[in-house]
Design a protein around this ligand. Structure first.
Ligand code: GDP
Ligand code: MN
Length: 376
């Protein structure tokens, strides 16, 4: 789960990381009142779950009151298009005291799964072009695995600052590490972490991704979820206990089991098409759950066909067939539906579909499925 910059900065403050003074604004009619007593110059920042807001026109410096009101009105409500997150409407802005930047650093803690450790990543070439730096001069980016005798100073010294700055950076790293562990974050990132002309180390940006599987033990974090930022289909799926991820292809798939879902996406690829989604209905799905999953699946506008690939172990094929039949009867589906069932009661399942009076293509195996999908 992602949160907004302003929320992440509140957490930073709790952990002793310095951030600029700021104030949040959510309504156009509140802009003038909010800015009236604020400090100038200030920075107006779009609060959307996206990186690269600066390049997309979502972060702007304002010199004085008039300028700030004008800029805030431009950014609040704008449609922000970034490479990372597509187009998103800006529903909140953060107004922040501008800082005199001397240096922009990059700092993050993330998982290095191959080494089974959290990795500290730091660079003195932070800011809006960090991706470019990573490509063209990877030597400018220092990485250290956090193992038993973790000593960030060792890495921080490589950046070439004085002891006073180094100790401030180390303190930020230690706080960030504590936050990451205590709140079960998958990524904490500060880009830029700045050194000001007054030699203060301040977090100008803040990004945190939390582990969804650990949210049950962090009510405070879960309360920060902004449903407007979530994909509406994915949100719906979460509420119904379905594992659904929206993708960009045209073949909707409904599968039970994550491994089978991956294999199914490969099969779709082999037939020259792309999957429209990942949908795992799980082992013990009922026919009602299948019906809900199916409805969700076909609400995708890009759909050319639906491919149902089920291994009937705990979920019996006749339950599946019943659920799919009900869903289709109620829904007036225009695209072809291809079904491959294997396992418990597959003959009964096939019978239910074949005698439903509805149009299904029941295939006997994956090879036949590939042939059918190819012709769509
Ligand atoms: P992002 O583009 O979504 O990562 O948004 P950031 O919060 O990182 O802001 C983008 C850029 O705006 C930063 O890299 C800074 O160069 C600039 N910026 C942000 N806040 C300030 C500030 O207080 N003073 C100055 N001079 N520049 C700022
Ligand atoms: Mn940034």
């Amino acid at each position: 789960m992602k949160i907004h910059e302003y929320q992440a900065k509140e957490l930073f403050k709790q952990y002793g990381i310095k951030v600029p003074a700021s104030i949040l604004c959510e309504k156009k009619e509140d802009i003038e009142e909010t800015i009236k007593n604020f400090m100038f110059p200030c920075v107006i920042k779009a609060q959307v779950h996206s990186g690269a807001r600066g390049k997309a026109g979502g972060v702007k410096i304002a010199k004085n009151y008039q300028d700030a009101v004008k800029t805030a009105n431009e950014i609040l409500g704008m449609e922000l298009t970034s490479k990372q997150a597509g187009t998103k409407k800006v529903n909140k802005i953060l107004i922040e005291k501008a800082v005199d930047i001397d240096k922009e650093l990059y700092l993050s803690l993330t998982f290095d799964r191959a080494n089974e450790a959290i990795a500290l990543i730091i660079s003195n070439q932070g800011g809006m072009d960090i991706e470019e730096t990573a490509k063209t001069s990877p030597d400018k980016i220092c990485t250290q695995l956090i193992k038993d005798n973790f000593n960030p100073l060792q890495t921080v010294k490589k950046l070439g600052y004085n002891d006073e700055i180094n100790s401030q950076i180390v303190s930020v790293i230690n706080s960030l590490y504590r936050l990451s562990k205590e709140k079960d974050a998958l990524l904490v990132e500060i880009n830029p972490l700045v050194i000001t002309k007054q030699n203060e180390v301040i977090a100008l940006d803040a990004k945190i991704n939390f582990d969804d599987n650990a949210l049950f033990r962090h009510e405070d974090i879960l309360a920060l979820k902004d449903e407007k930022e979530e994909n509406p289909f994915e949100l719906q799926a979460q509420k119904e206990g379905l594992n659904y991820i929206k993708l960009n292809g045209t073949i909707g798939c409904m599968v039970n089991g994550a491994g089978l879902a991956m294999a199914t996406m490969d099969v779709i690829r082999l037939s020259g098409k792309e999957a429209a989604n990942f949908l795992d209905v799980g082992g013990g799905a009922s026919s009602e759950k299948i019906e809900k999953a199916f409805k969700l699946l076909i609400s995708d506008e890009n759909l050319e066909a639906v491919f149902i690939n089920i291994f009937g172990g705990i979920l019996r094929c006749d339950f599946l067939a019943e659920g799919v039949k009900n869903a289709i009867q109620n829904l007036n589906i225009k695209v072809p539906v291809i079904v491959r069932m294997e396992g418990t009661n597959k003959e009964i399942g096939a019978d239910i579909l074949n005698h439903s009076g509805l149009k299904f293509t029941v295939v006997k195996d994956l090879n036949e499925a590939i042939e059918v999908i190819k012709k769509i």
